[in-house]
Design a protein around this ligand. Structure first.
Ligand code: BES
Ligand code: ZN
Ligand code: MN
Length: 497
């Protein structure tokens, strides 16, 4: 697991060390305490700012190396623009920007969380810390030589604020979020020769330590349950399938859970309908949905969430072995519906078909949300900033869209409808597993809906956001951990009150 930053929380008067990070509003407006810290610089600060044309615009920074009158290797002032209407996500982002400025060779750093006006809320300071933690993530376990120009961040980072005790308390819930995102990123970044279905299930087993109840279904049990659609995907691989079930019961005893379901294709070669070589290495990340669910359960358990939740992930490898599924094969899914395989590379929906049916029948959930790197088509439609959202329930869709805006893990609703059903008609079976190139993300979702019944359900197609998404101020990792913060906030806001 990637190492988390060690953050210390202290009062404003903590003596600044080596690297000092301050914030200012547009017009170089510093809070009262930072102003006192830079006083010894006299006019030097103004001159540096005007030389750099730094005024304090949001996201900009002024750096002074070995500033004369201060005993520091570097003074960094981060502009925030105008902080008045900031949302939580804005402070998380600022924390990321600040972290990105702290040089790796610093022995220690102090970040002073203070702006003009009232002292920052403890939650706001904790948001800054969350952004720092998310930004600091690196996946370098396979780098045997750390590049000299890329030293690790300092061991000691102190966040100084007006009410350190309250900040420490507010931080515990965010530390749980950071831990969940770290876990999800680690799983997505891990190569498939290490993270096969059994190993993925074993890593999920580690969540027992936090109090998550874990059940792992092996191939014989999956066969008995009738999960032939899922098993068909796995049959060409030397690594057999697993379904891992996570249960967190922090809510009212006996209350129905919210269900989270993840696509966990540890490697998607395409199978017999094999993918082209170029870029195929990215398909180690085709388990980002399952990684998000695992990360979310870390978060729920680590912050003792007052909610009942069940997470179910389908772990398989899609390979073109001699025993592999063929185009033209017909499988009978657990629901009894038959599926003609047209393209073995449309495997995610086959896994989710069985999982959605199983979860709905076994857990009678309040609602179901699945996450899957399901289609290239969703990337064509929405790019890398928004996940595709499909739902049979407007209230559920609206809530997810809202929480997406608040957390910055944004989703955009796409349509479902009976008009799309004709694209799934099969000559031989109840449906085929592809609907052609046009509206590819929609026909995939439309097929999933056939396995859902009346339960409120949402499908998040995270092919563009879960991996290889653009680097941001709070993510420099290939596997982004997308969805952990979204679903954590969704549960906290709508199911824990
Ligand atoms: N895992 C892929 C989708 C994907 C593509 C995820 C690119 C991330 C980046 C999925 O299993 C797949 O292969 N989908 C096919 C479906 C098609 C055969 C109907 C696709 O999108 O091309
Ligand atoms: Zn896939
Ligand atoms: Mn595929």
């Amino acid at each position: 697991m990637a190492r988390a930053l060690k953050l210390e929380f202290a009062g404003l008067h903590a003596p600044p060390a080596d690297v000092l990070v301050l914030f200012c509003e547009e017009g170089m407006k510093l809070g009262a305490f930072p102003r006192r810290l830079v006083e010894p610089l006299g006019s030097q600060l103004r001159r540096a700012a005007s030389a750099e044309r730094f005024t304090g615009k949001n996201g900009s920074a002024l750096e002074m190396v070995a500033p004369g009158a201060l005993d520091l290797s570097r003074l960094i002032i981060i502009g925030v623009g105008r902080a008045r209407d900031f949302k939580s996500a804005d402070f998380v982002k600022l924390g990321g920007i600040a972290m990105g400025r702290i040089p790796g060779n610093a022995s220690a750093a102090t970040l002073v969380a203070d702006l003009p006006g009232k002292p920052l809320q403890p939650e706001t300071v904790a948001d800054l810390a969350l952004g720092m933690q998310l930004r600091a993530y690196t996946f370098d376990r396979y780098k045997t030589k750390r590049a000299e120009e890329d030293p690790p961040p300092p061991d000691q980072i102190t966040i100084a604020s007006a009410n350190a005790g309250a900040v420490r308390k507010a931080w515990t819930a965010r530390a749980a979020v950071a831990g969940g995102v770290y876990l999800a990123r680690d799983l997505v970044n891990e190569p498939a020769n290490v993270l096969d279905p059994a190993e993925f299930a074993a890593r999920i087993g580690d969540l027992k330590k936090l109090g998550v109840a874990i059940e792992v279904l092996e191939p014989a049990q999956l066969k008995k349950l009738g999960m032939n659609a899922l098993l068909g995907v796995a049959q060409g691989s030397a690594h057999s399938a697993r379904v891992a079930i996570m249960k967190w019961s922090g809510g009212r005893r006996g209350a129905e859970p919210v269900a989270l379901i993840g696509k966990g294709v540890c490697f998607d070669s395409g199978g017999i309908s094999i993918k082209p070589a170029s870029g195929m290495e990215d398909m180690k990340g085709d388990m980002a949905g399952a990684a998000c669910v695992a990360g979310l359960f870390h978060t729920l358990a680590a912050r003792r969430a007052k909610v009942n939740a069940v997470g179910v992930v389908g772990l398989v490898e899609n390979m073109p072995g001699g025993t592999a599924q063929r185009p033209g094969d017909i499988v009978t899914s657990m629901s009894g519906q038959t599926i003609e395989i047209i393209n073995t590379d449309a495997e995610g929906r086959l896994i989710l078909a069985d999982l959605l049916h199983y979860v709905n029948k076994r857990f009678n959930p309040k609602c179901m949300i699945d996450l899957a790197t399901l289609t290239g088509a969703v990337i064509v439609a929405l790019g890398h900033e928004y996940a595709g959202l499909f739902a049979n329930d407007d209230r559920l869709a609206d809530r997810l869209a809202r929480v997406g805006r608040e957390t910055g893990e944004r989703v955009w609703r796409m349509p479902l409808g009976p008009e799309f059903d004709k694209l799934l008609e099969s000559k031989f079976a109840d449906m085929k597993n592809t609907g052609g190139r046009h509206g590819g993300a929609i026909t995939a979702a439309q097929m999933l809906q056939r396995f859902v019944d009346k339960t409120p359900w949402a499908h998040l197609d995270i092919a563009g956001t879960g991996m290889g998404s653009p680097q941001s101020d709070i993510n420099k990792s290939w596997g982004s951990g997308f969805g952990v913060r979204l679903l954590n906030a969704f549960l906290a806001q709508y199911y824990e009150k």
